[in-house]
Write a protein that binds this ligand. Structure first.
Ligand SMILES: [Zn+2]
Length: 354
């Protein structure tokens, strides 16, 4: 019996030294330690050993089992370490100066328009804010003065998640409350005006056609301080849009209804194509409807923790919404809104990247 164990030990050592991968190691383990392996065989044979030797032989088998288990674990660690080293060496030998055969890709036209606008707003002292696409009913509607059963909700049917109270935001205004809360302290303690723009992907349950899509991009902005008036709004919008289009623009305001502003406006710019005389791209009206804006509704400022019931007009501000998708269509002459989301690289990759 002892000889047999010694022989098996030598056999194990020899096999182990020749093993270079974990699969072969596992096979060796099964050969010795599985139910039908050598160790089990030895245990069976132990039954035939005379009683007075049983204890000693039993211990020898156990010691043998322990020894090969330890050797096995040691080898396993070694192999894993070796594999890691090979991986690391492989990574180090990668030559990043080699020219690539794959094209490096390009930015999406909406990304390009968004970055351009962000640069303009940053230069005007605005903070750029990001916000989630999944929001609560409160953030998307109630916080911006659209209570349950308000008819304005009909125009903003969106996608509701099965998780209670969550939905895909139907407009970037869903971030207003969070941004008022984030910058409200600095406004009230240090007198730092709130100036923020927040671009984002929005969703509506729309019938899709060339000018409507269920997924689109907006960029919304807010400015809140003491004594902000409609004249500030008009001056700011004119300056901002002149920057955006790279030339002087003429603006006009028409009354418009948006629950989160009061008063609310539709802002038009004089057609850049025809200069106001009328052409097909402005529907011969001479004006292009561009962005909704208005003075932030007192309820929105109150829910955002800016004003109190005692003084609901301590701080005032304006808000505006830019359709990034719409601007990208205008800028790049894209006729069909679906181009932006259908993933056709031949269409999307032709714009300059930066
Ligand atoms: Zn025109």
């Amino acid at each position: 019996m002892k000889e047999r164990i010694e022989k098996l030990g030598a056999q194990f050592n020899e096999a182990l030294s020749g093993i270079t991968d974990t699969e072969a190691l596992e096979n060796l383990r099964l050969q010795f330690m599985s139910k039908k392996g050598y160790i089990s065989e030895l245990m069976k044979e132990l039954g035939k050993v005379p009683n007075e030797q049983k204890k000693e032989v039993g211990q020898t088998i156990n010691t043998f089992k322990q020894e090969i288990t330890e050797l096995f674990e040691k080898k396993k660690d070694e192999l894993i370490r070796l594999q890691e080293e090979i991986l690391i060496q492989g990574a180090e030998s990668y030559d990043e100066s080699l020219p690539t055969e794959d094209p490096t890709g390009s930015y999406h036209p909406i990304t390009l328009v968004q970055r351009e606008l962000e640069d303009i707003f940053e230069s005007m002292g605005f903070d750029i804010e990001d916000y989630t696409e999944v929001v609560t009913d409160f953030e998307c509607f109630e916080a911006v003065n659209i209570p349950p059963f308000h008819p304005a909700r009909d125009m903003q049917d969106t996608y509701y998640l099965s998780t209670a109270n969550q939905l895909l935001k139907s407009h970037t205004s869903a971030a207003q409350n969070a941004i008022l809360r984030k910058y409200g302290d600095a406004l009230k303690k240090d007198g730092r005006p709130i100036r923020a723009v927040f671009p984002g992907r929005c969703f509506r349950n729309e019938a899709v056609d060339a000018s409507h899509d269920n997924t689109f991009f907006q960029m919304e902005g807010m400015m809140v301080d003491k004594d902000i008036s409609i004249s500030n709004l008009i001056y700011f919008m004119k300056t901002m849009l002149s920057e955006v289009f790279g030339r002087e623009v003429t603006v006009r305001l028409r009354p418009g209804f948006f629950p989160f502003v009061e008063p609310g406006f539709e802002l038009d710019i004089k057609c850049l194509n025809c200069g106001g005389t009328g052409c097909p791209s402005c529907g011969n009206s001479g004006w292009l409807e561009l962005c909704p804006c208005g003075m932030i509704h007192p309820n929105v400022l109150k829910l955002g923790g800016i004003n109190t019931d005692e003084d609901p007009f301590e701080y005032t501000g304006f808000a505006f919404g830019l359709g990034l998708t719409r601007l990208a269509m205008m800028k790049y002459g894209v006729k069909d809104i679906r181009t932006f989301n259908d993933g056709d690289l031949s269409a999307l990759s032709q714009f300059t990247s930066r």
